[in-house]
Design a protein around this ligand. Sequence first.
Ligand code: HEC
Length: 241
Amino acid sequence: MIKRFLSTLLLSIAASGTAMAAGYAPTENSQVNLRDQASLQRGAALFMNYCAGCHSLKFQRYQRMAEDIGLSEEQVMEHLNFTDRAFGETMVATMDPGDGEAWFGQAPPDLSLVARSKSAGPDWTFTFLKSFYVDEDRPMGWNNTLLENASMPNVLWELQGIQAPVYGEDGGIERFELVQAGSMSPAEFDQAVRDISAFLAYVGEPAALKRQAMGVWVVLFLAFFTFIAWLLKKEYWRDVH
Ligand code: HEC
C-alpha cells in the first residue's frame, strides 16, 4: 500500500516536472551571485540608466536599496536617482503609465517582483535581455525569442550591438548572429546583463541578502552544537564502559 502510494507520488512529481519544462522556452544559466555586492551596485546603476525611465520598482525605497547594497545617500541621490523623489520614497518610473500604453501598446510593468514571478528567476531576466533581435514586422523593429512579440524595444542595443536571427531547418530560430557590434564585447555584455538580473533578483526579495548571511551562522552553530553533543556522548559512555 505504502509502496503504491510512494510510486504514484513519485510519478506525479516527475510528470509535473516535465509539464513545466515543456511550457517554457529554455533559459540560460545567469550565474547570478547575490553576495557579489559590486555586481549588485553595477546592476542598480544600469537599471537606473536604462530601465527606470519606463519600469518602476514600487516596493523598493532608494534608502533601503542603498543600505542593502552598500551605497551612500549621496551616491544614490546624485548618480542613481533621476527623478524628483526623496531618498526615503519608492522608485516610481519617470514615465506616466498612460503614455507607456499609448507608445508601446502596453504599459511597462512594475518590475519589483519580476525575478520571483518567473519560474526560472534571474535566469529568465538574463535570457530575456539577451534575446532581442531585429524584426521589421514589429512596430519598434525588435522582437524577442523568450517573450514573443514583446512590446519592449531592445534598450541595450548600443551596448550589445544588433542581433539578427539565423533560422534552422524546422523554420524556427536556431541562433543569433551579431550583424552590428555594440560598445561592449559579448562577454562584457553578458556581465552587464548578469548584473541587472542580480539587481532585480535582489529587489524581488531584499531580505534574501540578510537571510543568506544569517544562514552561514546557523550552519556554524549547528556544527558547533554537534561537536558539543559528541563530547557529551563520549563523557556519558565513559561511565557505562
Ligand atoms: C522604452 C520603455 C522600456 C524600457 C526603457 C525598458 N522596458 Fe522593459 N518593458 C517595456 C514594455 C512596454 C514591456 C511589456 C512587454 C510585453 O509584455 O509585451 C516590458 C517588459 C519587460 C519585462 C517582462 C515583464 C514580464 O513580466 O513579462 C522585463 C523583465 C523587462 N521589461 C525588463 C527591463 C529591463 C531590465 C530594462 C532595462 C535594461 C527595461 N525593461 C527597459 C518597456 C521598457
